[in-house]
Design a protein around this ligand. Structure first.
Ligand SMILES: [Zn+2]
Ligand SMILES: [Zn+2]
Length: 361
């Protein structure tokens, strides 16, 4: 039987979100219904509401979630009711050209639920990132559910579903930060701080945090930054070179998505070093760099989608590190809120005062 639950809906571009009754169908083949326990508020949810992703309103927002599998479709064997899972937006297909070449983490044909959740009047909903988890229950593809150790509390575990994974993976997967490496991170919000945390866990020696906000630089220190630079007061490229013996950092992570910051990241890197772009640019932005410098400085310029994560490989491992006290995930949860508070959480996010507000059901 289809179920009625409450969910946070963005009906029209730029308008405040509302709580509505939504209809969640029974899971069909390849699908699962998950009872959501917690879901973090991400910038992407706000981008959906602002019409910055696409115009497929109404959206069911929320996508950084953990919960319990309630029911599964007839052919689903990899998860069962009662499993504790983190929801992911990279349910790999196993058969696209990338999966077949042994690189499922860049699968080009990831799965979402086939059926649609709807409003009470039958209007089909577009779930954010194919998840939609600011609601009591949600319908997803079974491959979007990654089982992890249930002793990790849901408000923390769910964060691995998007922004924190993007940052950790930008350092650990895309940037391949290794023991003793020097790392610089531009932008110290949730994703940037996760990149700092990922660098620390990966064994980086020097970790330099760059931002224009001293509060964020203080957060960065708590996650393991060894040096901080306020880019309104100082030239970050010069200071990074100073902190790295005059050379620049081995890995520089751009977690903002602005051309001038990317340019700084490009020059703050040591010869043959790596730049990782994990900040998301907008469609109007253009990048201009001296072509000879792109060649002459060598190394790698990489982009990181979702931290190049493979959920089945990375989520359980990161949760285990967290439970062993070796990965700080608690530090990302600034506050826990209820479904009714999502709109207020958007405002706090815009003001920059929180790392993550997390809805707890
Ligand atoms: Zn694939
Ligand atoms: Zn997100």
């Amino acid at each position: 039987m289809a179920q009625e639950v409450r969910g946070v809906i963005a009906r029209t571009k730029g308008e405040p979100v509302s709580i509505e009754t939504i209809i969640v169908p029974d899971p069909g083949p390849g699908e699962a219904v998950v009872e959501v326990q917690a879901c973090g508020v991400c910038h992407t949810d706000l981008h959906y509401r602002e019409g910055g992703i696409n115009d497929d309103f109404p959206f069911l927002l929320g996508h950084e979630a953990a919960g319990i599998v309630e029911s599964v479709g007839p052919d689903v064997t990899d998860i069962s009711p009662g499993d504790y899972v983190i929801l992911n937006w990279r349910a790999v297909c196993g058969s696209c050209r990338s999966c077949l070449r042994g690189k499922p983490q860049i699968c080009f044909n990831t799965h979402n639920a086939t059926q649609k959740m709807t409003l009470a009047d039958g209007t089909e909903l577009s779930p954010a990132l194919g998840i939609g988890a600011f609601c009591e229950k949600t319908l997803v593809a079974s491959g979007q559910c990654t089982k992890v150790d249930s002793s990790a509390r849901p408000e923390v575990a769910g964060l691995l579903g998007c922004g924190v994974m993007a940052g950790l993976g930008a350092a650990m997967n895309t940037g391949e930060v290794g023991r003793g490496d020097s790392v610089a991170v531009f932008g110290c919000g949730g994703v940037g701080d996760a990149a700092i945390e990922g660098s620390r866990v990966a064994g980086a020696g020097t970790i330099i945090a760059v931002d224009v906000d001293d509060t964020k630089l203080e957060w960065a220190r708590q996650f393991g930054a060894t040096h901080t630079i306020n880019a309104t007061d100082e030239d970050p490229v010069e200071k990074i070179r100073e902190y790295t013996g005059g050379n620049g950092a081995d890995v520089v992570i751009e977690a903002i998505g602005l051309p001038h910051v990317y340019e700084q990241a490009f020059y703050a890197r040591d010869l043959a070093g790596t730049v990782v772009l994990v900040g998301v640019p907008n469609p109007e932005m253009k990048l201009e760099l001296p072509f000879l410098d792109v060649f002459g400085r060598g190394g790698a310029l990489k982009s990181s989608w979702y931290g190049d994560c493979l959920p089945s490989r990375d989520f359980p491992m990161l949760i285990d590190l967290y439970l062993q006290g070796r990965l700080n995930l608690d530090g990302f949860v600034t506050e826990t809120i209820s479904l009714e508070d999502v709109e207020a959480a958007f405002h706090k996010m815009e003001e920059g005062g929180v790392l993550r507000s997390v809805v707890v059901m």
